[in-house]
Design a protein around this ligand. Sequence first.
Ligand SMILES: Cc1cc2nc3c(=O)[nH]c(=O)nc-3n(C[C@H](O)[C@H](O)[C@H](O)COP(=O)(O)OP(=O)(O)OC[C@H]3O[C@@H](n4cnc5c(N)ncnc54)[C@H](O)[C@@H]3O)c2cc1C
Length: 482
Amino acid sequence: MRPDDLLAALARIVPPARLLTRPSALSAYESDGVTAYRARPRAVVLAETAEEVVATVRACHAAGVPFMARGSGTSLSGGAVPIEDGIVIALSRMNRILSLDPQARIAVVEPGVVNLAVSAAAAPHGLYYAPDPSSQSICTIGGNVAFNSGGAHCFRHGMTANHVLGLKVVLADGTLATLGGPSLEQVGPDLTALFCGSEGLFGVVLEITLRLVQRPAVYRTVLAAYDQLQRAGDAVSRIIDSGLLPGAMEIMDRLAMDAAEAAVHAGYPTDAAAVLIVECEGEEAQVAAEFSRLTTILDASGPTHLHVAATDEERARIWKGRKSAFSAVGRLSPDFIVQDGVVPRTRLGEALVAIEALSRDHGLRVANVFHAGDGNLHPLILYDGRQSGAFARAEALAADILRLCIRLGGSITGEHGVGLEKRAFLGEMYGEADMAAMRRLRDAMDPRGLSNPGKKLAPLGASHPASHGMHPLERAGVISRA
Ligand SMILES: Cc1cc2nc3c(=O)[nH]c(=O)nc-3n(C[C@H](O)[C@H](O)[C@H](O)COP(=O)(O)OP(=O)(O)OC[C@H]3O[C@@H](n4cnc5c(N)ncnc54)[C@H](O)[C@@H]3O)c2cc1C
């Protein structure tokens, strides 16, 4: 099939109302959460069934036109930016929970099911779906799989990959494959886990078998306030050293607290430099014992203030502030970049001090709100896009923070993926042989490079696409990418 014939082929797969081609209809799909990156697709297919997705992928393959799956478009790394003139396969209408077996504790879902909807469906059985991205009320399970997403409670329970038992997928050439299944015991290499975090480069996920876990009998939540951000980071290291495994450990600095207060009045202390939220969960006796050890450790970590949530409402308010902090930062600054990096948990305090110094050096405010238990940092770099050069300066600071994570032995992504935004840094984190192995894997799964090309792995020989600007040594003429 010639590329020009593709639209006619797609029109035979879905009715006209579900094949978007007009510029006004396409504009809503031009970017994801990182609106600085935009591309105009050739068309958007609003798929309602797995058969339509498979037929669309086969048509794209026959025409040699690239395609990309899209969930809710909440990616924060440019992962869901369309391929210029390619096809977007929008999956949000494939939002059925196909089955839920409380005895086996599994749910089989379509990719467009919203994360929180799985827990809502499991709740009457005393079960829930553990990975809880802060975007859980809108992001889809398909997007979670593609990014191996995490959340506040993934510290204890593990990321998405730990909760996906099986997948039905369509590979880039239209082949259907079933990976894993409902059983916890699988044969051979763990291809399901390989697909998790593959950022749409291996094909489109059509169906997902999820593990459900028992809802804890009790939660106990404490908020510790500190006069220095580093003290909050060091408290996390102490808790981990003690062997305790709380359900969640989250840090917010002053700026993030101010934003959350303005948005939802969470009741955070007004005089602290940072707060650490720690939550224990499980059976009553076990939580009582763990919580008592936890408060002893926190007492010794030099807090200015310790507050234990006395009621469910108080606990909910603490979490509401934390979960709304990202979007609330918009109240502090007209524009911001959310960065996502990881450092070893033992180096958290050190990393926070270094980020404060970088923020001063670049003359830009940084708000910190993050999953501290995982060593996962989410610095929010505040800038005013109306000022000339401000975006470039914010990106330069973001790049320095990523390099700091690599230098401290961490990673350039904790949960938001590499996407377009961070692909320039992958080669700084991995050696040439590692990069070559990743490319071989991609080539084996998608020899023609049609599934979400350009994300995560930059095309060989491509000019540097990320808008992070030049490395300071490049600017100084010391090193060059050529
Ligand atoms: C306010 C806010 C808070 C956030 N908090 C968190 C957080 O705490 N933790 C976290 O991990 N992330 C967080 N995110 C990022 C984002 O929500 C997650 O990465 C989420 O998993 C993306 O899901 P989505 O449905 O929006 O996917 P999209 O943005 O639509 O797509 C993301 C990627 O997945 C691919 N994809 C989507 N569906 C499929 C499929 N069926 N098959 C193959 N590939 C597919 C796309 O091609 C793209 O590469 C946050 C985002 C926002 C805006």
